[in-house]
Design a protein around this ligand. Structure first.
Ligand code: NAD
Length: 284
């Protein structure tokens, strides 16, 4: 034990800096919050400039060292600019979360429990396909590309940690989620493994968090607006409920910090057991 780092000290990221995409809301906002809580300086970025400015202002008001940038992850130049601004402000980039994503809708099965005509593959909207792939897959490539560029140039410390938000949709098929989301998240999983393989020699770790159903604003926040939909999702999970975003924070910190120093290329499920099957309740 002597000479080894203390376990809890390995979670301390004081003095490091993190950039998060899609940080105005939901899981990305939770990542930004836990990075700040654990001592990092944080850039929150989002396509929603007003929302991300509000989130950053709140965190600044709470005493954290954060800044924000408007950034659409489907635009490579915008992503490159956001990383450059981050490095100018904080002198390097140790941690990056490639998180921004969305569901463009139209699964082949509807929440009303019948076939959804617009979700059938032979008529599926090409615009929706391109939009989903452009953000959920190409947006992740843009973010990892630019994170790798600035992390290779880190002079204050070697390497870095990149965390991608994947989905349980990379592992299991969900009939009410649109087909491009399935393809994008499965692509994200294998892309993450390839990036981890390539970047390991530079001291850059790459992992993915694969959430099950979390209560966020995804799909226009439809589970927040629709208690029946939430109840239906609760029943799809063996632990019996959808997750709240605070529940993703410890895993995000593990992967981002030295506590995860031997983890790279991992696709970590946090889904209440959803991939196992729906809840099997007790008799009473
Ligand atoms: P959310 O809608 O609450 O947050 C997503 C954020 O991404 C929003 O602030 C939005 O403005 C931003 N965004 C959308 N398009 C963008 C773009 N082109 N460029 C930059 N920012 C953009 O949703 P969430 O659930 O927190 O989603 C975050 C990630 O988690 C996504 O990658 C999503 O696929 C993934 N995920 C969510 C769930 C879930 O159940 N909520 C499950 C599995 C995976």
């Amino acid at each position: 034990m002597s000479g080894e780092p203390k376990t809890l000290d390995q979670f301390d990221i004081t003095g490091r800096s993190a950039l998060v995409t899609g940080a105005a809301s939901g899981i990305g906002l939770a990542y930004a919050e836990v990075m700040a809580e654990a001592g990092a300086k944080v850039t929150l970025t989002d396509i929603d400039a007003e929302g991300v400015a509000l989130a950053a202002d709140r965190l600044t008001h709470e005493g954290y060292d954060v800044r924000w940038d408007a950034c659409d992850v489907s635009d490579l130049e915008a992503v490159a600019r956001a990383f450059d601004h981050h490095v100018e402000a904080y002198g390097g980039c140790d941690i990056a979360f490639a998180n921004a994503g969305l569901d463009v809708g139209d699964g082949f099965w509807s929440p009303e429990d019948k076939r959804n005509p617009a979700g059938q593959i032979d008529v599926y909207s090409k615009e929706k396909w391109d939009k989903s792939i452009g953000i959920n897959l190409t947006g992740v490539f843009h973010t990892v590309r630019e994170a790798a560029r600035v992390m290779k140039a880190n002079t204050h410390r070697r390497g870095g940690s990149i965390v991608i938000t994947s989905s349980n949709a990379a592992e299991v098929n969900e009939a009410i989620v649109g087909v491009p989301y399935m393809a994008a998240k499965a692509g994200v999983k294998h892309f993450m493994r390839h990036a981890a393989y390539e970047l390991a020699a530079y001291g850059i770790r790459v992992n993915a968090i694969a959430p099950g159903p979390f209560v966020t604003n995804i799909g226009d926040g439809w589970v927040k607006k629709n208690p029946a939909a939430k109840e239906a999702w609760d029943k799809l999970v063996p632990v019996g409920r959808m997750a709240e975003t605070y529940q993703i924070k410890p895993l995000a910190l593990l992967l981002a910090s030295d506590a995860g120093s031997y983890m790279t290329g991992s696709h970590v499920m946090i889904d209440g057991g959803m991939q196992l099957g729906p809840i099997k309740p007790l008799d009473d």
